[in-house]
Design a protein around this ligand. Sequence first.
Ligand code: ATP
Ligand code: MG
Length: 448
Amino acid sequence: MRLALPEGAGYIIDTLMQAGYEAYAVGGCIRDSLLGQTPMDWDITTSAKPTEVKHLFPRTVDTGIAHGTVTVLLGREGYEVTTYRIDGTYEDARHPKEVAFTPNLLEDLKRRDFTMNAMAYNPKEGLVDAFDGMGDLNRNTIRCVGEPRQRFGEDALRMMRAVRFSAQLGFSIDSATRDAICELAPSLERISAERVQTELVKLLTSSHPKELRTLYETGITRVILPEFDAMMQTEQNNPHHMYSVGEHTIAALGHIANDKTLRLALLLHDVAKPLCQTVDEAGVHHFYGHPRQGSELARRILRRLKFDNDTIARVCRLVEWHDDNPPITETNIRRAVVRLGLEAYPSIFAIKRADILAQSPYQRLEKLAYVDAYEECYDKIRSKRQCLTLKDLAVNGSDLIAEGLRPGPKIGQALQSLFELVLEEPQNNSREYLLQKIREDIQKNSMI
Ligand code: ATP
Ligand code: MG
């Protein structure tokens, strides 16, 4: 078996071997190559100790020296080179208390999470596959190296990694591995929010986001996103729906591009429905106010998962306005754009379409036609370069001061009222007209 190594990885392995050490490309890059995909990065494992690696290459960075990792820089590329190691006992299902270096490749492969991630390769020895990773790749199966309970006990994040890989690769999880996840999911509580966030985003932005259901069924969301369990348990008895809130959400995720903001917004668009559910005399369910409450709840959840402020702001804005459906006139749509913020466009259309496609067929064509008309109107407004932010107003604060308005909060208010005139009628956005308006106002006020 021959795999195509990038030049840099080949050179590093060669250099280490010429110096008398063992060296292999290992882990995700081998898995991806065998699947015919282009690996994002190539990790190298070696019998050489970090100091010995540093000795052989002129440019290195001490990336994780305590864990044996040195990054070797070649031109603009960096390759992580890690010494064969055995992970010591894990004190808290999080990280090994200590790592020990080992001269034995097999020991290093044994510490890895799944059989498909525990293969190594170099051009001289070919593929080293001690745990039938190749067989599992061929069977489309994710299986722990060794005893699943023990492996998840060492690092609980591996449970989320299993589900995330199944979402990325379309693989199933071996039954013993899955059973262990169901048993040990509660121990994810001890894993840092940052690590959980990384895995959740990888799952959501994968080609099979429906594996979110596996996170629920195995008890993982109960720990990391209990709000999703509430969604799965909230029925929607009304003509627009045919699924529970959770199943509707899973279906909607399958109807949108795999972009982080879009997928997070869809994940959370109905997150407050369990809190907003009411039942009328006819037994029909309503969810009044769920977009607004949803954006507040989404903010709390995303903060808890340590997302950055920019992502939180974008996602929450889409959640808050996902159900905003102004009657289509140019003025209404201009006002909607100001309400939502220009940055929410054109994302909001993708969100709306995915939401509709995951609802019952009732009025589906009408709903989709509405979104088309909304988008057309928005496009028209944009192509005419109409003023949609205070920044685009033909006058600014200094102009108003020059007209005699006193600096202070009045300026902001005056600009806002001019902006209103322009939103109502874009042709009003001329310097002469707006300054004239201000002069009239000043005159009126000084007469009173
Ligand atoms: P991706 O880069 O797509 O996240 P990957 O498999 O390359 O997938 P990395 O986090 O880059 O994942 O890790 C590289 C390798 O290190 C893995 O293939 C696996 O062998 C090992 N590994 C990573 N995380 C763990 C873990 N939590 N437990 C055991 N082994 C792990
Ligand atoms: Mg990787």
